[in-house]
Every structure is written in structure tokens, then in C-alpha cells.
Design a protein around this ligand. Structure first.
Ligand code: PMV
Length: 347
């Protein structure tokens, strides 16, 4: 008899950009105004986990996120399903193609708090579906093609690979040369560590999709930013290839600062960082001043939470300083970092 039920479970880790994607040149195809580069965290740390199942007994497509049923009738979900099913049409599982799918997804970290939850979630969904349906070939562009939707996550394409991953913006109008490539595997720089400081786990006010579009429309500083990004990408790629932490760290901080500067230059301005975020920045610079070298770097996405990059040998002293200045809040329990467990930083 035909299979009546098939299920695939995948996990996709969060990726945190060191050269940020901010701005689309084509909103429908989700084509960026600049290339970006990120580090994918380990599978045991911040990650999305998604199970997808097909059965001829399912009467409709359904989806649950963190235990709550969500509508599948959003443009981005529909696009993912459409794209993967389209690709399936030339493989052999025709019967499964026609079946409905159930999607169950959960994150082990705060969702939509500027910790790249949608990137991991969509990467995971696309990957699970591709495994379920047996899609072959380039899949990172499906994640990017979460098109025509205001909240689509372009950066999801970078979570498809581990290690150091670039999303090259490409030049073509149809976006066929805009996809993620691995710059170096995780094993290339095994001493690299990240500490995630959860300043606030509330949902952010301005979503990245809306925020970046307003920046493109209103910020003059953004016009300057796009002209320097190719050079920045080259310098960052080289720093990673050479495992040159001081250069890697400085570029990471400069790029984060510029992202938040273009947010401030957006009209009306967008504030993602809080006073606590800025205190973390001061602390990082104070640590680097003491060592007269960049030992630790911060980066902030569309939210107040800090991601610190550092080398394994520096984790104990940086961590003790962070914990000294930002004592863990008693009531909220522990939060996470790669390879370590770090108490949450109170607001
Ligand atoms: O992919 P989106 O639409 O969730 O936007 C991500 C934007 C940043 O996280 C701020 C930067 C990045 O490159 O990840």
C-alpha cells in the first residue's frame, strides 16, 4: 500500500551576522542591497526544531509554532510550500506532493526578540520539507525566496550552512545569483565562541522587514553604507580565512554600529538598542582597552540583545566581567550561549 504517513524532523541553528543585511533592492524576490556574512551557531545552542509530516489522512495544511496553532495562510508559508512542491514536481514522489502537510516548530530561545528566530525557523522548515519531499540541488535560494511578504526572513538562507556563511547579493534581476555560500566550515576556527546576552526577551517593536524598508526610503547614510559593503565583505572574509580575531572583531563592531546608525538616520528613527545594550558596548571597549587588543566584539541585530564574539581562551575572564557588571536576574532563570550556559542579563 502507499505510505499513509511520513515525517521528517530537522533542527536549524540561529545565524548571527557580523556583516549585516539591512535593505532590499527587490522586496518581492527578497534581494538585498548588500552582501552579508554570518556565523552559524552550533546545533546544541540556539536553534529551531521543525517536524513536517505528510499523510493522505490530513485534510488540510496545518502548522503549530511553540505549541500554538498558527494560520498557514500567510504569504511566506504559502511561498515556501509552493516553492518546495514546485521543485518536487520533477522528482518521483508525486503522491506525497498532493498530500497535505502538518508542520510543528519550536524554538529553544525567545521568538521575535531580535535573535534571528525567523531565520532559523524558515531555514528549518525549508530544509525539513526538502528532506521530506526529496528535493535535490540548491535549497538556500528557497529560503531566500520567502517572497511577497512583509515579514519574510531573507537571512534564513544563511542558516542552511554551518560555520561562516556569506549571502552574496548577486547582480541579476531574477535573483538567481543571490544565495548563501560557506566561506569556511566551523572546524576552520574551532576556538570561536559566542555569548548571547539576553537584555530583553520581549518581541521587538519594529520588525526587520518594515524597519529596513523605511531605512532604504529615508536614510541618506544608508546610501553611503551600500557603497562600502563590498570592501567590508572582502576584509571580513580575509580576516576569517586568516583567523585574525582583532580584525574580525573590529569589523564586526563597526558594522553593528553602522547598522544602528542607519536605523537612527531612518525617519522616523528606529531604536533597537537600549541603555543596557550601550552599557554592554562600553564594557566591551573597556575590556579591549585593558588588553590593548580586540579580545571580544559585540553585535546587535534588530533588538537590544547582545551577541559577543570571542575566542575560547578568553571566555572565563570576559564572562566573569559580564557577570560582575550584569548580575543574573534571580527570577528568570538561565539563558543560553554557545557551549556554555550564561545567566540572563537583567534589564
Ligand atoms: O532576514 P530578516 O528579514 O529577519 O532580517 C535580518 C536583519 C538582521 O538580523 C538585523 C541582520 C542580519 O543580517 O541578520
Amino acid at each position: 500500500a502507499e505510505n499513509t504517513f511520513r515525517c521528517v524532523t530537522c533542527t536549524a541553528p540561529v545565524n548571527i551576522a557580523v556583516i549585516k543585511y539591512w535593505g532590499k533592492r527587490d522586496e518581492k524576490l527578497i534581494l538585498p542591497t548588500n552582501s552579508s556574512l554570518s556565523v552559524t551557531l552550533g546545533q546544541d545552542e540556539l536553534r529551531a526544531k521543525t517536524s513536517v509530516a505528510v499523510s493522505k489522512d490530513y485534510t488540510q495544511d496545518r502548522m503549530w509554532l511553540n505549541g500554538k496553532e498558527q494560520s498557514v495562510n500567510t504569504p511566506r508559508i504559502q511561498n515556501v510550500l509552493k516553492e518546495t512542491r514546485k521543485r518536487l514536481s520533477d522528482s518521483q514522489n508525486e503522491t506525497e506532493l498532493l498530500q497535505n502537510v502538518h508542520i510543528v516548530s519550536e524554538n529553544n530561545f525567545p521568538t521575535a526578540a531580535g535573535l534571528a528566530s525567523s531565520a532559523a525557523g524558515y531555514a528549518c522548515l525549508v530544509y525539513s520539507l526538502s528532506q521530506l519531499y526529496g528535493v535535490k540541488g540548491e535549497i538556500s535560494d528557497i529560503a531566500r525566496l520567502l517572497l511577497s511578504c512583509r515579514q519574510g526572513s531573507g537571512s534564513a538562507c544563511r542558516s542552511i550552512y554551518g560555520g561562516f556563511v556569506a549571502w552574496n547579493m548577486g547582480e541579476l534581476e531574477d535573483g538567481s545569483d543571490s544565495y548563501a555560500v560557506q566561506v569556511a566550515p566551523e572546524a576552520h576556527w574551532p576556538e570561536m565562541r559566542t555569548l548571547i546576552l539576553v537584555v530583553n526577551d520581549q518581541k521587538k517593536d519594529v520588525g526587520s522587514t518594515e524597519g529596513m524598508q523605511t531605512t532604504i526610503e529615508t536614510s541618506d547614510l544608508m546610501k553611503h553604507r551600500v557603497t562600502i559593503m563590498d570592501r567590508r565583505m572582502e576584509a571580513m572574509t580575509e580576516a576569517i580565512k586568516k583567523r585574525d580575531f582583532p580584525t574580525f572583531g573590529k569589523l564586526t563592531m563597526q558594522d553593528s554600529n553602522q547598522l544602528h546608525a542607519v536605523c537612527l538616520d531612518t525617519y522616523p528613527p528606529i531604536f533597537y538598542m537600549t541603555d543596557v545594550s550601550r552599557q554592554v558596548i562600553r564594557l566591551v571597549h573597556a575590556i579591549n582597552d585593558i588588553y590593548e587588543e580586540v579580545k571580544v566584539a559585540y553585535t546587535f541585530d534588530a533588538g537590544p540583545n547582545a551577541c559577543l564574539y570571542l575566542l575560547e581562551e578568553d571566555v572565563p575572564r570576559v564572562l566573569s566581567l559580564v557577570q560582575h557588571f550584569f548580575p543574573p536576574s534571580q527570577d528568570k532563570g538561565e539563558k543560553f550561549v554557545t557551549g556554555l550556559s550564561v545567566p540572563e542579563v537583567p534589564v
